[in-house]
Design a protein around this ligand. Structure first.
Ligand SMILES: CC(C)(COP(=O)(O)OP(=O)(O)OC[C@H]1O[C@@H](n2cnc3c(N)ncnc32)[C@H](O)[C@@H]1OP(=O)(O)O)[C@@H](O)C(=O)NCCC(=O)NCCS
Length: 164
């Protein structure tokens, strides 16, 4: 029995994002980005035309379904974009980012998008690694686009993936 406990690991379902996921998504956003989006901001984005999201909810938790990650995306006129994606550090590198992105790519395709765009800080190795592995390619570079708290400026990469 105690051996089971020691080997216990979280499993996650990827499901369409609901209003109830917005408060934990806001909290996670605050943990992973320098400017936290409030739960109201997340909810208001989720309700905008063309916007959709997916949540990674733990399926083997005891009392609730904790949020391990989420992605928000928008589709309009045949083009989709990733608005944000975040995975909890506690479950980093266990495939959640990959699964959330796959869900967003599929949904964008189902809605008629022919390509997906995103913007990423070029020094954000986990994100750039994830996007490259998913087949995204750099189409533009915006120098000194992001500013860190210490004043350091880094470039944004605009990346694109074909969905046809
Ligand atoms: C980017 C992020 C969503 C990745 O989520 P994740 O669940 O840890 O990623 P996955 O486990 O699905 O990894 C999939 C692939 O991405 C790449 N990757 C993930 N983490 C990486 C790291 N630390 N270094 C290099 N590549 C990495 C790898 O190619 C990995 O495949 P592999 O594990 O088979 O080598 C997560 O790190 C995160 O939330 N970061 C903070 C928020 C953020 O920067 N969001 C993106 C803004 S544009």
């Amino acid at each position: 029995m105690f051996d089971d406990y020691l080997t216990w690991k979280p499993f996650f379902d990827i499901v369409p994002m609901q209003d109830g996921d917005c408060p934990p998504a806001s909290e996670l956003h605050g943990q992973r980005f320098s400017r936290q989006w409030s739960a109201e901001e997340v909810a208001s984005l989720l309700h905008q035309n063309g916007v959709f999201g997916f949540s990674a909810l733990q399926s083997n938790a005891f009392f609730s379904r904790p949020l391990g990650g989420f992605v928000l995306s928008r589709e309009a006129a045949g083009e989709a974009e990733i608005l944000t994606i975040a995975v909890s550090e506690k479950v980093a590198r266990s495939g959640l980012g990959w699964r959330l992105m796959q869900a967003a790519l599929r949904e964008a395709q189902d809605r008629g998008a022919e390509s997906m765009f995103l913007e990423v800080d070029e020094v954000n190795q986990p994100a750039v690694g994830l996007y490259r592995r998913l087949g995204f390619e750099q189409v533009a570079r915006r120098p000194a686009y992001y500013a860190a708290a210490d004043g350091t400026r880094t470039a944004a990469l605009v990346m694109r993936r074909d969905l046809r």
